[in-house]
Design a protein around this ligand. Structure first.
Ligand code: SF4
Length: 153
């Protein structure tokens, strides 16, 4: 596992889940599973978040909220879709108001399987997200360095 220099902060959003996956997300943050040992803190402010953790499917009411939260997060950022609903709409996929999984609105970096997703799988997803965040951060820094070094017209 790659070690990110700063503690990655999580933004957890329940798009339209049955709450099954959300209970597991919260369980994975408790001392029993302890995702916080990786420095993760569950915060409510998208402007300070590095990892966007979403449960549930996308519907016509929450699509604008998901986009808005994602756009408020600073670069680099990583999206983790937790559970089968966040992947494809899951058991709600055929509902009149459901448009699909999280990937139909914003780019998803990590999919966590399960219905509900287990805390072990969620922690695995968070660890993968930290590795991806580190890669994106290095690429982002390199891009900034190249822009600084480029000759000015
Ligand atoms: S994947 Fe299963 S447990 Fe999770 S929100 Fe959907 S129906 Fe609920």
């Amino acid at each position: 596992m790659a070690f990110f220099k700063k503690s990655p902060w999580l933004l957890h959003y329940d798009a339209s889940s049955c709450n099954g996956c959300d209970i597991e997300v919260l369980a994975s943050l408790t001392p029993m599973y302890d995702a916080e040992r990786f420095g993760c803190v569950n915060i409510g402010d998208p402007k300070q978040a590095d990892i966007f953790l979403i449960t549930g499917s996308v519907n016509h009411k929450n699509v604008a909220i998901i986009k808005n939260l994602y756009e408020q997060m600073p670069e680099p950022k990583v999206v983790v879709a937790v559970g089968i609903c966040a992947y494809s709409g899951g058991v709600f996929a055929d509902c009149y108001n459901v448009q699909g999984g999280v990937g139909s609105v914003i780019p998803v970096d990590v999919y966590v399987p399960g219905c509900a997703a287990k805390p072990e799988a969620i922690i695995d997803g968070i660890v993968k997200a930290i590795g991806i965040l580190e890669e994106k951060h290095a690429a982002w820094k390199m891009k900034g360095k190249k822009a600084e070094e480029a000759p000015r017209a």
